[in-house]
Design a protein around this ligand. Sequence first.
Ligand SMILES: *Cc1c(COP(=O)(O)O)cnc(C)c1O
Length: 411
Amino acid sequence: MSTSPDLVPAHALDAADPLAAHRDRFVGAEQPLVYLDGNSLGRPLRVTGERLRSFVDEEWGGRLIRGWGDVGEGGWMDLPLTLGDRIARTCLGAAPGQVVVGDSTTVNLYKLLHAAAALRPGRTEVVLSADDFPTDRYVAESVARERGLHLVWIEPAEPTTGVTDDEVAAVVGEQTAVVLLSHVAYRSAAIAPLAAVAEVAHEVGALVLADLSHSVGVLPVQLDRTGVDLAVGCTYKFLNGGPGAPALAYVAARHHAGLAQPVTGWMGHADPFAMGPGYEPAPGVRRLVAGTPSVLSMQPVADMLDLLDEVGIEAVRAKSVALTTFAADAGRRLLPDARLGSPADPERRGGHVTLLHPRMREVVAGLWQREVLPDYRDPGGLRLGLSPLSTSFAEVEAGISAAAEVLAGLA
Ligand SMILES: *Cc1c(COP(=O)(O)O)cnc(C)c1O
């Protein structure tokens, strides 16, 4: 008789999990609190405390202003590009020299939407999804206003499984400058078919700007191979960089020659310390740097990249699939009145799972009172963010059991 995967208990899955021991490397993982929001703010690694302490004592306190160095000297000036290259190699499948770290995802969207429009002069439309994260939609609205562009909205027919390349193909044309799309949808976790989207966009000469906020660090991204032109993403979610850690921005090398962005600060100048009379962009993606880099906030990201290099992004993805599959099964078993708001096929699903029920807002409020921390996302979504290296199967089971109890107790 074969055993249904639903019936394998959480503790047995934890016992058999080759990555289980890594959980102890995160601050607070030993506490009873159930943390299901690692896709909004990853837990800190214990080594990050040590790294920050020694950064203060040795680099900041010891090197002082000398720490910056000049471009190419290996000091803080180089960090936006060297950390960018590390993220590119470990998580993004991107060759060196195409990623910078700096500013927020919001600001990088602003820079890259302008850059995309400038790379496609004369074209009048930006295509985006009504399901895109709010900041993406809001920034697109203002860039469109500033450049006299028109927004073309895709309303995904099936929000649970996300935007399809057919839906993109139906609206792109010779007026499309850029298609803006999340790689993993923030509510449903649906994975967008980036390579297929890039193909239909490129057929009409349009560019693709992908938001990787919910995929970087949890889902291997083959950015160079997909043909995506530009990308942005957060480092405080699955890269555990800490609150407000600076974001990434990617521009494929083939677009570097004509690349122009609107925040033309001194740190993106070809020779910042010459303090010359006019702006002259640095070569390549360095010109995306605007002002002084957030050196302190970049430190923790390096710790998570060390761990991802040790474990391997493919192994992280395998655990992620196991966790989201377990969560979907546990949801079916323990919350039979709820509906899966994420793709049922794990190949189409990112690192989180959403369970839908009309009373989830109240359920999530009750869970926070019990030290169970998931997220709520309208409409009626209990969103379980399952950071693979810091989340156990037992934690998922405890969280969904608690949700069932809270729901049963509602009048
Ligand atoms: C989290 C998230 C953001 C956040 O942007 P910030 O500028 O860091 O606030 C943007 N886009 C997506 C898709 C996100 O999931």
